[in-house]
Design a protein around this ligand. Structure first.
Ligand SMILES: Nc1ncnc2c1ncn2[C@@H]1O[C@H](COP(=O)(O)OP(=O)(O)OP(=O)(O)O)[C@@H](O)[C@H]1O
Ligand SMILES: Nc1nc2c(ncn2[C@@H]2O[C@H](COP(=O)(O)O)[C@@H](O)[C@H]2O)c(=O)[nH]1
Length: 207
């Protein structure tokens, strides 16, 4: 893990977003990337899960088979990978390097296993946890999203309980945001990233 080939490039610090499935990470990230499209770039992960309606290969994820993904992991192409809710997920070195080459802030959306693994690398990101106001609200959001089978939903809720505990461990996250009211959560997110956003804006104005 330590030979992460991503640090060599100088530039803005990446940002890791984590938190239970359904807490609202993608919703907040999409808002952020819409408002600051030239400041952030998304690290497109690989996954073995099927695309959801509206998701695009290469934009939301690289959708691959388990065999292809395992071969790439064995080949050393990934910074981190994890099994989540019955599927494989992972961040390739190329995904991060593609964003960092543009000198923008690289955003990683990863689960808690990914956070643990990234902490063993030299990536040095800002760690942000997005948490739901309660398990009941989380369950409602996941059910209303209509993306999960009952089995997948139960697995995600089980993982969420662990994740909520993890977010309270001292020193893991730089910022923990409770996504109750979306506008409030978004304001907190922007405030947490303002310094980094301004750095990127300054660099792009001077180049
Ligand atoms: N503050 C909020 N209030 C009400 N609904 C919300 C809020 N934030 C997000 N949602 C809704 O909750 C659902 C889950 O949000 P989202 O898909 O962004 O979660 P996620 O954390 O990215 O999940 P996953 O990790 O599974 O991708 C979505 O249908 C979204 O529209
Ligand atoms: N460790 C990693 N976790 C990842 C990665 N990409 C996404 N995720 C996490 O998986 C769950 C489920 O995502 P979904 O799109 O199926 O709802 C969620 O918590 C993501 O943060 C990755 O590359 N590595």
């Amino acid at each position: 893990m330590r030979d992460c080939a991503t640090k060599a490039m100088a530039g803005p610090r990446p940002v890791v977003f984590s938190g239970p499935s359904g807490a609202g990470k993608s919703t907040l990230l999409k808002k952020l990337m819409k408002e600051y499209d030239s400041v952030f770039g998304f690290s497109v992960s690989h996954t073995t899960r099927n695309p959801r309606p509206g998701e695009e290969n290469g934009k939301d994820y690289h959708y691959v088979t388990r065999e292809v993904m395992q071969a790439s992991i064995d080949n050393g192409d990934f910074i981190e990978s994890a099994e989540f809710s019955g599927n494989m997920y992972g961040t390739s070195k190329a995904a991060v390097q593609d964003v960092q080459a543009k000198n923008v802030i690289c955003i990683l959306d990863i689960d808690m296993q990914g956070v643990r693994n990234i902490k063993r690398t030299d990536l040095n990101p800002i760690y942000i946890s997005i948490q739901p106001p309660s398990m009941a609200v989380l369950e409602k959001r996941l059910r209303d999203r209509k993306t999960e089978s009952e089995e997948s939903l139960q697995k995600r809720l089980h993982a969420a309980m662990e994740d909520m505990k993890f977010s309270k461990e001292p020193g893991v996250f730089d910022v923990v945001i409770v996504n109750d009211n979306l506008d409030n959560a978004y304001e907190q997110l922007k405030n947490a990233l303002l310094e980094e956003i301004n750095k990127v804006k300054k660099i792009s104005m001077s180049s």
